[in-house]
Write a protein that binds this ligand. Structure first.
Ligand SMILES: Nc1ncnc2c1ncn2[C@@H]1O[C@H](COP(=O)(O)OP(=O)(O)OP(=O)(O)O)[C@@H](O)[C@H]1O
Ligand SMILES: [Mg+2]
Length: 241
């Protein structure tokens, strides 16, 4: 589904990611790990088409995603609809005047009828246990509440690929557990899940595979979760990441 080969991206001459090789298949659940500033968020933004690679190639279901593709208004709609992306600083993705409208925005944009929009919005408020926030202004919510609203607004669009950049940051244990449960339900429903996290313990039961960035902005290792038991030193390394 997602295949990146020799992928590179710079910010004004500064390396974001380089020489990235990775394949993610439909239904996979993976975690991108690595130290601060390594390139995790940059890679996720490339996957969803916010940035286009400057070197190498990105294929999504066999289609080359490059600058020409991302400028083609007729094609990008379907591509963008595949993804639900929760930003690391999720407050920047909230722009509506109420939590209800924030969550309803995506379903309305998909052209769904009002009853379905209402149904999906209420379902997502319940799923994230944030019914009490429905009439609040997203901008005024706490950081953790904003994260929950961002996740609800992404799930309301029922995307095929769900990308969560540091979804547990700023959440209390109760909500971390809830997000864990929701991710497991999404996995069981066959969604493709891509998470970035520093916290191995939070993701070890959630994903099948880990990709590791090193400090020099590239992925240096790919490990299946069930291989980890045979790599005890690696677990210690992960705990200190
Ligand atoms: N908008 C930007 N302008 C310039 N440099 C940037 C920008 N965004 C990221 N970078 C740089 O690109 C590199 C990769 O950043 P990125 O945000 O992808 O890292 P990350 O692995 O997500 O880090 P963190 O764990 O702190 O979220 C870093 O060196 C960062 O300083
Ligand atoms: Mg990041």
């Amino acid at each position: 589904m997602i295949k990146i080969s020799k992928g590179g991206y710079h910010y004004n001459g500064k390396i974001g990611i380089h020489d990235i090789n990775l394949t993610i298949n439909q239904g996979d659940a993976v975690c991108i790990m690595g130290p601060n500033g390594a390139g995790k968020s940059t890679l996720l933004k490339v996957m969803v088409g916010l940035y286009s690679l400057e070197s190498g190639t990105y294929l999504f279901n066999g289609t080359k995603i490059d600058q020409a593709f991302l400028k083609d208004r007729k094609k990008i709609g379907k591509f963008y609809q595949q993804f639900g992306f929760v930003f690391q600083n999720s407050e920047i993705q909230l722009f509506n005047m109420s939590v209800y409208d924030e969550i309803a925005f995506g379903p309305r944009n998909l052209g769904l009828d009002p009853a379905t929009v209402e149904q999906r919005t209420m379902d997502c408020l319940r799923l994230l246990k944030i019914e009490r926030l429905r009439d609040r202004v997203p901008y005024h919510l706490s950081g953790g509440e904003q994260k929950l609203v961002a996740i609800a607004s992404v799930l309301a669009m029922n995307p095929n690929v769900i990308i969560l950049d540091e979804p547990f940051n700023g959440l209390s244990p109760k909500y971390r557990n809830l997000i864990t449960q929701i991710i497991n339900q999404l996995r069981a429903a066959g969604k493709t899940i891509i998470i970035s996290s520093h916290h191995f313990n939070q993701v070890r039961d959630l994903v099948d595979k880990l990709f590791f960035f090193s400090e020099d902005h590239t992925i240096t290792r790919e490990v299946a979760i069930d291989e980890l038991d045979s790599l005890p030193n690696y677990i210690e390394y992960l705990d200190n990441l």
